[in-house]
Design a protein around this ligand. Structure first.
Ligand code: FES
Length: 112
């Protein structure tokens, strides 16, 4: 006998992804090159990872800021040439790129 779910919830596009990379596109980060950083992430697609342009992440002056959720890992001052490293090491191998972490939220010596 088949069991039919009675759930009324519909799948959302968010649920198709296990992770989201938010790249701030607000003024200060764009001045620092965030548009190119966003384009670099978009040119390196990873299965189950959604790349999105974000409004201000509240850390202006430290950009381009990149936030990976649900990991809650923050990268600051991200340069286009660093994007492949984040893609390969973090998004594909699940290892944070320590040297790029935003120290305000990831103090040195933090071990998680
Ligand atoms: S402009 Fe990017 S964090 Fe505010």
């Amino acid at each position: 006998m088949n069991v039919v779910s009675s759930s009324n919830s519909l799948p959302t596009s968010e649920s198709e992804y296990s992770r989201c990379v938010r790249v701030c596109q607000n003024r200060a980060c764009r001045k620092a090159g965030a548009k190119s950083v966003l384009e670099a992430f978009q040119s390196h697609p990873v299965d189950n990872v959604n790349i999105t342009a974000s409004s201000c992440l509240g850390q202006c002056g430290n950009g381009p800021m990149v936030l990976v959720v649900p990991d809650m890992v923050w990268y600051c001052g991200v340069r286009v040439q660093e994007v492949p490293l984040v893609v390969e090491q973090h998004l594909q191998k699940n290892q944070r790129v320590e040297k790029m972490l935003y120290a305000r939220f990831h103090p040195k010596g933090e071990n998680n």
